[in-house]
Design a protein around this ligand. Sequence first.
Ligand SMILES: Cc1cc2nc3c(=O)[nH]c(=O)nc-3n(C[C@H](O)[C@H](O)[C@H](O)COP(=O)(O)OP(=O)(O)OC[C@H]3O[C@@H](n4cnc5c(N)ncnc54)[C@H](O)[C@@H]3O)c2cc1C
Length: 301
Amino acid sequence: MNQQGIMKQHEPMRRHTSWRVGGIADRFYQPADIADLQNFLRNLPEQEPLFWVGLGSNLLVRDGGIRGTVICTSGVLNNINWLDDGKVYVEVGMASPQVARQTAKQGLTGAEFLCGIPGTFGGALAMNAGAMGGEIWNIVESVIMIDRTGNLITRNAAEFEIGYRHVKRPDDEWFVAANLKLKPGDKEQSLCQIKQHLARRSTTQPTKQPNAGSVFRNPDNDYAARLIEMCGLKNTCIGGACVSEKHANFIINTGTATAKDIELLIERVATDVKQTTGIELVREVQIVGESDGSGRLKKSD
Ligand SMILES: Cc1cc2nc3c(=O)[nH]c(=O)nc-3n(C[C@H](O)[C@H](O)[C@H](O)COP(=O)(O)OP(=O)(O)OC[C@H]3O[C@@H](n4cnc5c(N)ncnc54)[C@H](O)[C@@H]3O)c2cc1C
């Protein structure tokens, strides 16, 4: 196989998650470009388990790691092409804040809200990421998917079931690029909006300690952070994982947390909130992989 990307064996996933925890992936492949990814998938054994990661900013990988192959798009698959009429082609490995900045500099408006979402564009598509009242799928016209055998399939946004931080995509298909539809805007105004938004974030979020953003989705007409704070859970810790003092819906790694500490703390918060308020919080972060080195696979997303 003429492989142009980078293949690593036994790669620690803590290097690829914003919580800085997670066990070893058996194989970890960073393709050179879309054609290389197609070639790689065509030559992959049919039964090989596959998992995709961007910047790991919404991901808890358990301490036992991931069996099979992890495909990492971050830092690669990062072309952006300017088409006519505000249309933009973006590949999934580009960081979302870059998409915000580059489209703003191009005098296009509509993607500014991506500026503070510290993941890849592909992760944003998979999660229907949103902020400042915007959501990514509102600006997507179509996406290019790749299947297990390396075929590319273009699908219109209307083909997907989209919800709050939720997207249902066909089994065994992943995003490689999207065509966005943006409006003509004012470059300076968009850049100013980005600056203000980032300043607001740094005062409300624990930006200096490893975390994965909001752990739980906000329930209808309420905020998960408000409920967690109301239950007196701020600063509650298990091992090296603590509920943030600054934002109750964030769990931080104080330096020594294991994935197990974080998962136990997530369960503890959900249980306490349910007992005190009757509200069942739904997790936003994805939990994947094996719970320990024993080879026992726990149920994951
Ligand atoms: C400080 C902080 C602030 C945050 N603020 C926000 C916010 O305001 N709004 C918000 O929505 N989120 C926020 N997040 C969460 C996170 O940044 C987003 O969900 C982001 O879009 C995830 O992108 P990623 O590349 O890190 O995805 P990852 O964490 O790597 O992956 C997330 C999921 O997407 C899947 N995936 C990744 N790439 C692909 C692909 N190409 N095709 C198919 N599936 C794929 C993965 O398998 C996984 O299931 C925040 C996180 C942090 C740490």
